[in-house]
Each structure stands twice: as structure tokens, then as C-alpha cells.
Design a protein around this ligand. Structure first.
Ligand code: MV4
Length: 500
């Protein structure tokens, strides 16, 4: 049975809310935005066909208000809710409440969310399939001495992980047996305080892993496909900074094998919707299943670029109950895509959030450049939410070309009023280890110091002042005589905001 979605509410904000609404518009689906008092002027609010304020700025009083959101759906005759990422996207109770209100949740079943929300649950679910996992304990640790014996068997260093954890929270490295008790106590108390669940397990610590994840799509009829991998090893404190597709190191054989495993992981939990199966890959290219993310991910655009598949469109079709029309053997990787996350953070100052007003905000354009953002020039970046300003995605025939386009696009990007991670991303793009593809999750730790940003080419302040003066003069001329209509683009300190 299929149910047509005519009107969809996006329970999110910023770039992802816009991203989802754009596809809805292409599909002829009417859109409803929700927004907090801090987001009244946001593009996602203006883009939507209708918009409703759901509360004060803090997320807990607005974007996380299940009952309020469902009420809005009833009042406005909404058929479906897309949760985006973050907020309520991986909240099984929310998905259940949506279903019980007679609405369509554009995502997986509450049962699948629940199962994969627990790392131990996920491991148990896939145990009947032939999926490589890091050696460790299959259950929550109840007997510490038994766990120590397991740790000695698999060999130190080991990692203690919280079953309910995510994004590296509640994770502890244990280098040797002497540290075991202390780290175990820390891990458990961190797990209890962060997740209200003290279940932990241990795994052998893979010392120099790459983070490679596989995008999957499943329909409600049991068809599951994968859309190849994304490599997300360049990250800082579990915050991804650069993502790309495909990975620079996978062979077609390993890719096919990982894809098959990812499809089995999805099958193991009766998955439908878009999901991501996360693996770590060691320096011998052995891969191990870690966990599954049951949402549309921030970095999904790189997959869209190399496959030509609109993932949000597929999510909507799946939610309507339609069978997948894409066949696995019809899919192929075409070209290469790179994404960087542009944050309002100061890379010269330990990446401290630097929220403020976007005095200058001019996006890069041109062939192979995609910018997914939720801001406009003059807007303030609210302190209440994630400080991501934009995702900048470039696409080229080869990895080299995508990287070259990225450097060009970073140089075109003009942001002033806040410090951003653009100079840091430029550093990554220029780095030999990144260029060669020989890097792992320790890339930032290993190579980045704030000093490396000083070495980047840029205009002197004098040059910049001259450029600005010329532009200002030009602006005062009558329109027809005007030689330039916008600031000339050069490698400048605009993005580093020296003129604030
Ligand atoms: C690991 C690991 C090494 N060995 N598991 C971090 C987040 C969570 N999703 C899994 N993580 C890791 N699990 C074993 N057995 C190293 C990491 C890890 C990591 C993984 C992916 C991307 C970035 C990372 C940064 C530090 C540690």
C-alpha cells in the first residue's frame, strides 16, 4: 500500500531544513517549517509554504517539543514529518509518537532506531550474519574480572565503549591492565551521566583507523541497496571536518564486500529509509562494523554527487511505501566529491565557537560547486545551536579535480563578522597527507597547529584596504558606469575577518 505525501513538516532548522524543502518543492509536496524565536528570519522559514513558531530559542523548548510539533501537523493537515539530522531524528519515542498520531515519519521504524541506538543491540542483531567486528565482549560488562581476562586475551590497548554512546562520548582507551579499573569506573560514570545507561563493553583498540561509512537505502518491502562509501577520517574531537566519496584507498573488491556487509546490517534490523553503516578500516584495509546511524547524515551530499541519487527524494518515496526503483547493479560511482564543514569557530583559538553577525557573506559559485547553507548576509548566528554555517561541496571527474575546485571555492568564499574553519579546511586540502590519501583519524592531531594558518597565502591588509576603497568608490558611481558590481575576488583575508 502506498500513501501519497502532499504536505510535509520539517522538524529541523538551517541548511538541512532547506535541503529537505527543496526536494519537496521539486516533488510538488507542500512544506511546513517550524522555528524557534531565534530563527524568525531564517531562510528555511521563508522558503516554506507555511511556518509556525514552536517556542523560545533553546532546543528543548522548541525543536525538541514532540507534542507541539505533532499538534502543528494536526492543525495544518500535514501528512509526514522529516526530522533531518540531530534534534529528534534518532529518537525512537518521537518516531513512535508520529506514527501513533497517524502521521508518516520519513525515516526508519522506531524499532530499528531503538535497536541501532544501542551498540550492543546492533552487534547482537548482526551476529547471525557474517560481518567482521573488532574482537571484544559481545555483552555489557557485569563481571569486571572476567572482562579483564578478555582484555588480556585480545591484548592491550583496548577501548571501553558505552553501549548508548555516540560521537566518541563515553569512550576510554586502556593502555595496560593497571589502568583498567580506573578507566572502567570513568567510562561507566560518564555513560550514566551522559546517557542514563551505564552499559559498557570492550573492544580491541584499532590504533590508526580510517572512518569509512556506507550509505544504504531500504524500502518497506525488504529491498536494500548501498550507495558506496564516504570517507570521514579527517575529524577533530569526533567532529567531522572533511568528508569525501569515494574513499581514496578502497579497492573495488573491498568496496563491494563492505557494501554487502552494510546491506546485511540493514537487513538484520529490518531497516527501511536512508541509513549509514559505520566501519573502521585499519592500515591493512581490514574493515570492522562499528554501528549504524539511522538518519540522513550531514555529509550525505557527497554521495548524491557521485551517484546522482537525491537521497531525500528516495526517503520520501520509501516513506510513501513505494518500492525502490534503483537496482544495485545500475549504480556506479561517477567522479569524486569532497565536502568541508564551514563552522563559525576560530581555528587559531582552539576552535572556540565564534558566533556573531555575518557582515559579509558571499558564496562561491561555478562548475562543480554546491553550497548547502541556511544563512544569508547580515544574519546573526544564534548561540543556541550548532555553529555550522554551511557545507561546501565540490565535485570533479577525479579526486585531484574535486580538491582543486575546493581550494578555488574556499578562496572565493567571503565571510566576515565571524571567524570560520575555512582557513583550516584550506590547510587540509593543501596537505600532502590529504593529497596522497595516506591519512587516518589522527590527521588533525598529527599535523595541525594554529601556526600553520599563518603560512597560508593571503593579501596584506594594505592591499585589502586599497581593494575595499576602490570598491566603495565604485559603488558611489551611477549604476551604468559601474565597472564592478561586486567585490573583486582574490586570495584575501576576508574570510579571516581582519577588518572586523
Ligand atoms: C574505535 C576506534 C578504534 N578501535 N573502535 C569513535 C567514535 C565512534 N563512532 C567509534 N570511534 C572509534 N572506535 C575501536 N575498536 C577508534 C574510534 C575513533 C574514531 C572513529 C571514527 C572516526 C574518528 C575517530 C576518532 C577517534 C577514535
Amino acid at each position: 500500500m502506498t500513501t501519497a505525501i502532499r504536505k510535509l513538516l520539517v522538524a529541523n532548522r538551517g541548511e538541512i531544513a532547506l535541503r529537505v524543502m527543496r526536494t519537496c518543492r521539486e516533488m510538488g509536496i507542500r512544506t511546513v517549517a517550524i522555528y524557534s524565536e531565534a530563527d524568525r528570519l531564517s531562510p528555511h522559514v521563508r522558503y516554506a509554504d507555511e511556518a509556525v513558531c514552536v517556542g523560545p530559542p533553546p532546543s528543548s523548548e522548541s525543536y525538541l517539543q514532540t507534542d507541539v510539533i505533532i499538534d502543528v501537523c494536526k492543525k495544518l493537515a500535514v501528512d509526514a514529518i522529516h526530522p533531518g539530522y540531530g534534534f529528534l531524528s534518532e529518537n525512537a519515542n518521537f518516531a513512535r509518537a508520529v506514527r501513533e498520531a497517524g502521521l508518516i515519519f520519513v525515516g526508519p521504524s522506531p524499532e530499528a532506531i531503538e535497536m541501532m541506538g544501542s551498540k550492543l543491540g546492533a552487534k547482537a542483531a548482526v551476529s547471525t550474519y557474517n560481518i567482521p567486528m573488532v574482537p571484544g565482549t559481545p555483552d555489557a560488562i557485569s563481571d569486571r574480572e572476567a572482562a579483564k581476562r578478555t582484555a588480556a586475551e585480545i591484548g592491550y590497548p583496548i577501548l571501553i565503549k558505552a553501549s548508548a554512546g555516540g560521537g566518541g562520548k563515553g569512550m576510554r582507551i586502556v593502555q595496560m591492565e593497571q589502568e583498567f579499573d580506573e578507566q572502567m569506573e570513568r567510562a561507566v560514570s560518564e555513560a550514566i551521566s551522559s546517557f542514563g545507561d551505564g552499559s559498557v563493553f570492550i573492544e580491541k583498540y584499532v590504533t590508526s583507523p580510517r572512518h569509512v561509512e556506507i550509505q544504504v537505502l531500504g524500502d518497506q518491502h525488504g529491498n536494500i541497496i548501498h550507495l558506496f562509501e564516504r570517507e570521514c577520517s579527517v575529524q577533530r574531537r569526533h567532529q567531522k571536518v572533511v568528508e569525501e566519496a569515494p574513499s581514496a584507498v578502497l579497492t573495488p573488491e573491498i568496496r563491494a564486500e563492505m557494501g554487502r556487509c552494510a546491506v546485511d546490517v540493514a537487513r538484520a534490523c529490518g531497516y527501511y529509509g536512508a541509513g549509514t553503516v559505520e566501519f573502521i578500516v585499519d592500515d591493512q584495509l581490514n574493515f570492522y562494523f562499528l554501528e549504524m546511524n539511522t538518519r540522513l547524515q550531514v555529509e550525505h551530499p557527497v554521495t548524491e554527487q557521485i551517484t546522482g541519487v537525491d537521497l531525500v527524494k528516495q526517503m520520501i518515496y520509501i516513506a510513501e511505501g513505494k518500492p525502490l526503483t534503483i537496482k544495485q547493479d545500475e549504480l556506479e560511482i561517477k567522479g569524486h566529491a569532497v565536502e568541508i564543514r564551514v563552522y563559525a569557530e576560530d581555528p587559531a583559538n582552539n576552535f572556540l565557537p565564534d558566533v556573531g553577525t555575518l557582515h559579509t557573506y558571499v558564496r562561491p559559485q561555478g562548475n562543480g560547486v554546491r553550497v548547502d547553507d541556511g544563512f544569508e548576509q547580515g544574519m546573526a548566528i544564534p548561540i543556541y545551536y550548532d555553529p555550522m554555517i554551511a557545507k561546501l561541496i565540490t565535485y570533479g571527474a577525479t579526486r585531484e579535480e574535486a580538491i582543486e575546485k575546493m581550494i578555488r571555492a574556499i578562496d572565493e568564499y567571503q565571510i566576515s563578522g565571524v571567524q570560520t574553519t575555512l582557513p583550516f579546511c584550506r590547510f587540509v586540502m593543501e596537505h600532502e597527507a590529504f593529497r596522497s590519501g595516506q591519512f587516518d583519524t589522527h590527521f588533525v592531531q598529527r599535523y595541525f597547529t594554529p601556526q600553520v594558518l599563518q603560512a597560508q597565502p593571503d593579501a596584506t591588509e594594505t592591499q585589502l584596504a586599497a581593494t575595499l576603497a576602490a570598491w566603495l568608490l565604485d559603488q558611489r558611481k551611477p549604476k551604468a558606469e559601474s565597472a564592478a558590481t561586486s567585490l573583486p575576488v582574490q586570495r584575501s583575508k576576508w574570510k579571516e575577518n581582519r577588518l572586523r
